[in-house]
Design a binder for this molecule. Structure first.
Ligand code: SAH
Length: 221
């Protein structure tokens, strides 16, 4: 799908809707100012087809290409808040999708490396993001193996429901680093925060139930 220039206009109406979304997320327990500021800055309607633009600032997930979804703003904010990003942090994202979460990470001051396994989405988002002013490092590949050549990372975020925590991702995390990953194969996943204490020790805490599309392996396309 190509992006029409009219879709890439930010009007006072959109700004107002973003401010409303920020208030809504703050009311739902998002307290990190850095995260709320990022939600207030990233123009979520740029990630929607013009036909559906009115849904862009609702706190809901929405279907995108290739049977995938743009995550719900609350989920994006919650995952980002759990990461506790500091400016300059090197962040690995698994599941670029629309690129919305990627832009939120960039707005919090992170340097972002992002992987997508669906070629159609990778191609589309690679064209869109520079057009709207964002330049993450983007990779077409399999998130289960991470990006060994660019490791270690300060933070890792997985935006698809994982059946288990992939070992290479734990290895590619810095000591003192944080990874957020929704785990579970049923209709909902539990949000796990993994803190790397030493090369071999990890602390694992749970942060509520969320709903994600599955993180797929090479065999189940
Ligand atoms: N962060 C995205 C969420 C997209 S949904 C957004 O804000 O729009 C999850 C994405 O993970 C989908 O695009 C899906 O294709 C991708 N995905 C699923 N399994 C993957 C894997 N093994 N490696 C990389 N990406 C994967």
């Amino acid at each position: 799908m190509s992006v029409s220039p009219s879709q890439l206009k930010d009007e006072p109406l959109h700004q107002g809707l973003r401010e409303r979304l920020v208030k809504e997320l703050s009311g739902k327990g998002i307290t990190d100012r850095n995260v709320l500021n990022a939600i207030g800055k990233v123009k979520r309607h740029f990630f929607f087809n013009t036909t559906f633009i009115k849904f862009a600032y609702e706190d809901k997930a929405f279907p995108i290409e290739a049977g995938q979804t743009i995550s719900q703003p609350f989920t994006v904010a919650m995952q980002t808040q759990l990461l506790q990003i500091k400016p300059g942090d090197k962040v690995l994202e698994i599941g670029t999708g629309s690129g919305y979460q990627t832009c939120i990470l960039l707005e919090t001051g992170a340097k972002v490396f992002t992987i997508e396994r669906q070629k159609e989405l990778y191609d589309k988002t690679k064209v869109l993001l520079p057009k709207v002013g964002y330049s993450p490092k983007m990779f077409y590949g399999d998130g289960y193996v991470g990006l060994e050549g660019f490791a270690p990372f300060d933070k890792i975020i997985v935006t698809a429901g994982a059946p288990f925590i992939p070992e290479p991702l734990k290895q590619q995390l810095k000591v003192g680093g944080r990874m957020v990953i929704p785990v579970g194969e049923g209709s909902t996943q539990e949000m796990f925060l993994i803190e790397k204490i030493s090369d071999t020790e990890f602390r694992q805490t749970e942060h509520g139930a969320f709903k994600f599309v599955p993180m797929l392996t090479q065999k189940n396309k």
